[in-house]
Design a protein around this ligand. Structure first.
Ligand code: SF4
Ligand code: SF4
Length: 374
């Protein structure tokens, strides 16, 4: 079972599109962190025994800004590594950070401890500073981008995560070009589906994906591949005849997020200010709440009738519970804007994948057809 610890609600940034809820000074106690890890590892061991699979878990840190609780993060990691080793669990580690507190010491420690680091940075300063400001209202790009130096190159242990928002979408391609020029090879887009996208913004989004597709093709042609999640995922899904069960997240079944107060949620995106009892599926003191959890598990998927006959449904992420909830208020109803984006990604990925396949680009064939990646 994967477990994400929301270490604090506090954050030193005030991004316009933040979904992590109000910023207030409440952090997780060591006791809560330890009990959350004990619960997740016991569940992992039990599940592995039942299914006769090797036990695996992923430990994640989230916030607010988790690096504000650096000592707790380190303590929880050391405890988790020791416990996982004792039980025989293979443990992956991730953290998502706004980069403001990510200095050399922190970056080295995260690398030495095998972390995958999600770097929240909206690309170039022009895009980033429009929507990502510090808590006192100042631009943050200069301070955040310094940490990029530790994550350049294809072997880097981090990926840059850009929020795609109607306010900044026209700068998206410029931002991706800036990252690629800076030798950042792993890039993820996290679209903001909670706001209105007007036709002008949608057209800019489409145009941006065309330009970024051209950059992607250029990188492969130059034998300097770049990972961009919206293209990679759709190309893999095409090669594999659709998403596989392992491409889906554990959402409350094999994955929990634990809030600062010890409540369990199916995903970190559903924690918010930790006040919505309808989204809770357990607590460190009580374990799982069977009835609401079973309800969550039974409701996963997508019930929109139109999707059942859609020709691209196998390559469409219409089943992501947290995305659906953010956009429609229901974990099992995909929204129009997600549908638009899924079709856009598929179209853009098919265009770039078609070009690279036709040209028989070795790095592309290796990555997507010879199983050298993923
Ligand atoms: S850095 Fe993250 S948690 Fe902090 S305000 Fe921005 S989006 Fe929200
Ligand atoms: S592309 Fe749209 S209609 Fe088709 S499966 Fe996805 S969400 Fe449903």
């Amino acid at each position: 079972m994967d477990v994400t610890l929301c270490l604090t609600h506090a954050c030193n940034m005030r991004c316009d599109y933040c979904y992590a809820g109000p910023k207030f000074a409440r952090s997780m106690s060591w006791d809560t962190a330890r009990r959350a890890l004990d619960f997740a590892f016991a569940h992992t061991a039990e599940q592995a025994e039942r299914t006769q699979h090797d036990p695996e878990s992923q430990l994640g840190f989230f916030g607010g800004e988790p690096l504000l609780e650096w000592n707790l993060l380190k303590m929880a990691t050391e405890y988790a590594v020791a416990e996982a080793g004792r039980i025989g669990i293979r443990l992956k580690r991730t953290v998502t950070t706004n980069m403001t507190l990510l200095g050399e010491e922190e970056a080295l420690w995260l690398r030495e401890n095998g972390f995958h680091v999600g770097l929240s940075l909206d690309g170039c300063a022009k895009m980033h500073d429009l929507v990502r400001r510090t808590s006192d209202g100042n631009p943050s790009h200069e301070i955040c981008a310094r940490a990029l130096d530790f994550f350049r190159g294809s072997d880097a242990n981090g990926e840059v995560i850009l929020v795609v928002d109607p306010r900044t979408v026209e700068l998206l391609a410029e931002s991706v070009a800036w990252l690629i020029d800076g030798n950042i090879r792993r890039i993820s887009f996290s679209p903001n589906f909670t706001v209105a996208w007007n036709p002008v913004a949608l057209a800019k989004w489409k145009h941006a994906y065309t330009l970024i597709g051209d950059l992607y093709v250029g990188c492969y042609r130059n034998n300097r591949p770049v990972n961009i999640n919206v293209f990679d995922g759709k190309i893999h899904a095409r090669v594999n005849n659709g998403y596989r069960p392992c491409d889906r997240c554990g959402f409350g079944e094999n994955e929990i997020t634990v809030s600062t107060t010890g409540n369990f949620y199916p995903c970190e995106r559903l924690v918010g200010d930790d006040s919505n009892a309808a989204l809770r599926i357990g607590h460190v003191s009580d374990g799982f709440y069977s009835a609401p959890r079973n309800q969550f598990l039974a409701n996963r998927g997508n019930v929109v009738a139109e999707c059942s006959v859609c020709p691209v449904r196998g390559r469409c992420v219409n089943w992501c519970g947290c995305v659906n909830y953010a956009a429609t208020g229901f974990i099992n109803r995909v929204s129009g804007i997600v549908c638009y984006h899924e079709r856009l990604c598929i179209e853009a990925a098919d265009r770039v994948g078609g070009i690279l396949f036709e040209e028989n680009i070795p790095a592309f064939i290796d990555t997507f057809y010879l199983g050298c990646h993923r």
